[in-house]
Unconditional design. Structure first.
Length: 245
């Protein structure tokens, strides 16, 4: 893409108004801030910002399947709102800020949130198979879900714009996967999110008229997942408070 195409590819007003991308970014920032404040009270020091202790990440909603299977299934969602340091958080939020508004404007916030949340769940299920006793945090599984969705969706849309967007996002996937292997990231979650997102891309209609037929379904499912997500994040705090007191 040339400079003009890149400028028009990204929707750069995602932090204005009340978009879903804006809310997701603020939710991630809020959870990280609360964790850092708690860790500071515990005396962990400045290392919290770059490399929070594993036990702190686990207590703040990180996915740890032995705890999840022992009744804390809300970790299947809360882990996607916690991050292992400011660099981890910043990288994921920049990606969400760059790619998210395009997909949100394409399919609506309801479908976007459904894809984001359900692919995050599939991402952590892949982790259950590959590394069930590893504490996992981060939104990258959901972000790969958005990537996977976009590639298959724009492939179906076709035309010069659809193929251009498909190819550009496919390049992002390859770069992100290679980078993940280099730094030892949770590639099980990445692939789980990617595959489930691609499946969504084949299922969601590509025309406005066809999308309207399923608006009520996705609207109801989105609000159900919003309630589930809010409850999951509240349970992080409640469970932590019960452990402390």
């Amino acid at each position: 893409m040339n400079a003009y195409q890149r400028q028009n590819f990204f929707i750069t007003r995602s932090l204005r108004g009340h978009s879903l991308v804006q809310i997701l970014i603020y939710a991630n920032l809020a959870m990280f801030t609360l964790m850092v404040l708690h860790g500071t009270v515990l005396g962990y020091g400045m290392t919290l910002f770059l490399n929070p202790p594993i036990e702190l990440l686990a207590n703040w909603g990180g996915q740890f399947w032995p705890w999840a299977l022992n009744g804390e299934l809300w970790r299947c969602i809360s882990y996607a709102y916690m991050h292992g340091g400011i660099i981890h958080l910043g990288f994921n939020m920049v990606v969400l800020y760059q790619i998210g508004p395009l997909i949100e404007s394409e399919v609506g916030w309801q479908r976007f949130f459904v894809i984001y949340t359900i692919t995050a769940i599939f991402a952590t299920l892949a982790g259950l198979i590959i590394h069930p006793r590893v504490v996992v945090v981060g939104a990258s599984g959901a972000l790969f879900g958005i990537f996977g969705f976009a590639v298959s969706y724009y492939h179906r849309v076709g035309g010069s714009i659809g193929i251009q967007r498909r190819n550009f996002l496919f390049q992002w996937i390859v770069i992100a996967l290679v980078f993940g292997f280099v730094i030892g990231a949770d590639n099980a979650a990445h692939i789980g999110g990617l595959v489930s997102g691609a499946a969504f891309g084949w299922l969601i209609p590509t025309t406005i008229r066809s999308q309207r037929k399923t608006d009520s379904f996705f609207n109801g499912l989105a609000w159900l997942l919003i309630a589930t997500t809010v409850l999951s994040l509240l349970l992080v705090i409640i469970t932590l408070a019960l452990r402390v007191f």
